[in-house]
Design a protein around this ligand. Structure first.
Ligand code: HPA
Ligand code: ZN
Length: 346
């Protein structure tokens, strides 16, 4: 959109809530609210090492990625049945709808569940049924991206892929998450090459806590189409230039970065620098139940802290559609909805 209407600063929050957007970096297990964790624990007879919802929430004081992951995997231990996966995804999709998220590509971590004896089929079928209902009942388009846990071996990733392949039509791509430091992308070179042959979309977490070198190898070795996080790329001017030139999207998660101490405060987040350098940066919630907010909360707090403008808002939403794995016609239709939302504010 060439002429973004001038919008009074006091109307910016209203605009941010109203604009249609895509969410491309959200771990469905990270949308599990403490209340649902306790309800599922009771339903499934799973004991939790926390006495109450409040005690669990109080444990959400993270110092880095690993301190979060330890609690995140404990929370996911209450998920056993297909209906549990459905209920978790449905709760997220209703919140996404409320935030005007019109398209979402949700990560899931099968190995977190298969390690507890839950079949991949149970995980995928429950999540997929919620995606189908989201389109039919909420008008939200939703798809799934299977993530390999990078603290496990590449052999285990291959075994997970094999187990998931009977459900190949239920997920659009693969990603790489969990503990970044010490587990560079190249550890998964062969399994990503296989996924590429299978026609799956490829993404990877890189440059969250890890160095720019991990972003380079995610691109050059894994051949990913998007980088999840990627904020450490700002330390490497040659990498910044490449990301901008090749229009490789970064799925940035500001509240996650704040809660995991990647930036000391939101005002020092580099999202504005990334956008102003011409990168296809987007804003996403990562693990909204753990990091203090869903999509709009990430947008609102980031805009308030960093001084992003209505122009940036348009760019971020346009980037989210450009970066998504939907076809060109769907991208065009969403862009038109985005422009119409801005026109309504003029
Ligand atoms: N980083 C790595 N792994 C994750 C994250 C994250 O932010 N959230 C859930 N798994
Ligand atoms: Zn993530």
């Amino acid at each position: 959109m060439s002429n973004i209407p001038t919008i009074a600063p006091e109307r910016l929050p209203e605009l941010l809530r109203a604009i249609p957007k895509a969410e491309l970096h959200m771990h469905i297990e990270g949308s599990l609210e403490p209340e649902l964790i306790f309800a599922l624990a009771q339903r499934n007879g799973v004991s939790m090492p926390y006495a109450s919802v409040e005690a669990l929430r109080q444990a959400y004081a993270f110092t880095n990625l690993q301190s979060f992951l330890d609690i995140y995997y404990a929370g996911a231990s209450v998920l056993l049945k297909e209906q549990d996966f459905y209920d978790m995804a449905w709760a997220y999709l209703e919140r996404a709808k409320a935030d005007n998220v019109v398209h979402t590509e949700m990560f899931f971590d099968p190995q977190t569940h298969t390690a507890r004896g839950v079949p991949v089929k149970t995980v995928i079928e429950g999540l997929h049924r919620a995606c189908v209902d989201a389109q039919a009942k909420l008008g939200v388009s939703a798809s799934l991206i299977l993530c390999f846990l990078r603290h496990l071996s590449e052999e285990e990733a291959f075994a997970t892929l094999e187990e998931a392949l009977p459900f190949r039509d239920r997920f659009i791509g693969v990603g790489l998450d969990s503990s970044e430091l010490g587990h560079p992308p190249e550890k998964f070179a062969r399994v990503f090459a296989r996924c590429r042959e299978l026609g799956l979309h490829l993404v990877a977490h890189a440059g969250e806590e890890g160095p720019p070198a991990y972003v380079w190898s995610a691109l050059d070795v894994l051949k990913v189409e998007r980088i999840d996080h990627g904020v450490q790329a700002a330390k490497d001017p040659a990498l910044m230039k490449r990301l901008a030139q090749e229009r490789i999207p970064l799925t940035v998660c500001p509240l996650s970065n704040l809660k995991l101490c990647v930036f000391p405060d939101l005002a020092q987040h580099n999202i504005k620098a990334l956008l102003d350098a011409g990168l296809v940066a987007t804003i996403n919630s990562d693990d909204p139940a753990y990091f203090g907010g869903y999509m709009n909360e990430n947008w609102l707090q980031t805009f308030a802290a960093t001084g992003l403008t209505a122009h940036h808002a348009w760019q971020l939403a346009a980037n989210s559609f450009e970066a998504s794995f939907i076809d060109a016609a769907a991208k065009k239709a969403y862009r038109e909805r985005l422009d119409a939302a801005f026109d309504a504010f003029a």
